[in-house]
Ligand binder design. Structure first.
Ligand code: PLP
Length: 407
């Protein structure tokens, strides 16, 4: 029988529970009992091959073709920059709405369909709302998205064109807004999907399974994850734990919790050895997708970090923008939140916490085109020309060294 279990004290709840957290605030996860007999099956789709590990039924009627994203060596420039020879990039920007959120929306929408729910709600700074809007549109389930005032226009427009109802909420800070709206769920009998819900995490497991296949059963030493609500990091790790329970691997990756220095409640707690989060309020970062200053259920991450020897690192605004330029210089245009892990692993390598020959995967969580306002902070050089001076201009360009040659 499928059940939900609270992740610290192990309280058990019905699988159908609408609230995403236990009464005491702990995050919930789908209890993975009976995986001993689970195996990888034949099938063209990832969810078919790993159906034994999934609590919801997925099919082509709700899929938008998420996943199958490249996992490739980062290349010489980024390996040299970080000092990590075996640096790999998992390019989750190649999902249908250009972020990894699509994997969680797949299972969230599958759950809503299974429960016969006509409406599903979500709270998001942008990517999750955009993704839920698209998957809601695909499945014929109405999406209501609550966004904070600072959500980028690109992401709001994307939600709207998929037909979602977008509610922009004025609130003192995002975590307060989140708690308030999550609290509406049981009274309104409305599933309010947050970034750390148990069913989303089941979708993020699929990225772990996909990397397991792509690396032919090899498990990387480290996986660096820009972390905010914590759903992604715990879903990925849960995936590897379940592979181990099923006897498909003998080892687990060590996760790296990455945050912006401006909003770093998890990293500071791990660094100081605390088992409680001290909320960060009133701070902003250019990495607007990772701004949960007080992530509900986040205490679980602190315990896991200690128990499993995870690493944690935070990065400044300048380091984030620099990392975004370096990734772009290597061919990957990602949003600032996604760039944080490059800067973080470079610092961890310099501190001797990662070795030169460790295999390290960076999760490139979202596309650069999703937040154009950042260009106000990245210098953009354009050569102005006209048809009379174009020949002379091109001659000058060919005689000069390329811009951005610094890297
Ligand atoms: C949502 C998001 C994150 C953070 O993931 P969580 O599951 O909230 O921890 C990181 N990067 C991008 C681009 C995101 O959209």
């Amino acid at each position: 029988m499928k059940r939900l279990r609270s992740t610290i004290s192990g309280q058990v709840f019905p699988f159908e529970r609408i609230e995403e957290f236990a009464g005491n605030g702990e995050s919930l996860e789908v209890a993975a009992d009976g995986l001993a007999g689970a195996r990888v099956r034949q099938g063209r789709r990832l969810w078919e091959r790993f159906a034994d590990f999934l609590p919801v039924v997925i099919d082509d009627e709700i899929s938008l073709g998420e996943g199958s994203t490249p996992l490739l060596p980062a290349g010489k420039a980024l390996s040299t920059f970080t000092g990590i020879a075996r640096l790999l990039l998992k390019n989750e920007t190649m999902n249908p709405t250009w972020s990894f959120k699509d994997r969680g929306s797949l299972t969230s929408i599958a759950m809503a369909r299974q429960m016969g729910e006509p409406v599903t709600a979500t709270i998001s700074t942008g990517n999750m709302g955009h993704s839920m809007a698209a998957y809601g549109a695909r499945a014929g389930i109405r999406a209501v998205v609550f966004v904070p005032r600072y959500a980028p226009a690109e992401k709001i427009r994307a939600m709207a064109i998929h037909g979602a109802t977008v509610v922009r909420v004025t609130a003192p800070d995002y975590s307060m807004m989140k708690r308030e709206i999550l609290g509406l769920a049981s009274g309104l009998n409305l599933r309010v999907v947050s970034g750390n819900g148990p069913i989303r995490a089941e979708g993020y497991k699929l990225a772990a399974f996909e990397m397991y296949e792509q690396l032919e059963g090899h498990v990387p030493d480290f996986i660096a994850v820009p972390t905010s609500a914590c759903g992604h990091i715990r879903g990925l790790f849960k995936g590897y734990r379940e592979l181990m329970e099923a006897g498909l691997t003998g080892r687990l990756p060590r996760m790296i919790v990455v945050q912006a220095a401006n909003v770093n409640p998890l990293v500071s707690a791990i660094r100081e050895g605390r088992d409680r989060i001290v909320p960060v309020t009133g701070k902003e970062t250019v990495a607007e997708a990772i701004t949960s200053g007080d992530p509900p259920g986040g205490a679980e991450i602190l315990l896991k970090a200690r128990h499993f020897g995870w690493l944690a690192e935070d990065v400044t605004e300048e380091e984030i923008l620099d990392a975004q330029r370096r990734l772009a210089g290597a061919g990957y245009f990602v949003e600032p939140a996604a760039a944080t892990s490059l800067a973080a692993v470079g610092k961890l390598r310099a501190a001797g916490k990662i070795r030169q020959d460790d295999s390290v995967v960076l999760m490139l969580t979202g596309s650069g085109l999703k937040d154009m306002s950042v260009f106000a902070r990245q210098g953009v050089e354009v050569v102005e020309s006209d048809l009379r001076s174009i020949r002379g201009d091109v001659e000058k360009i060919l005689a000069s060294s390329p811009p951005g040659g610094v890297y």
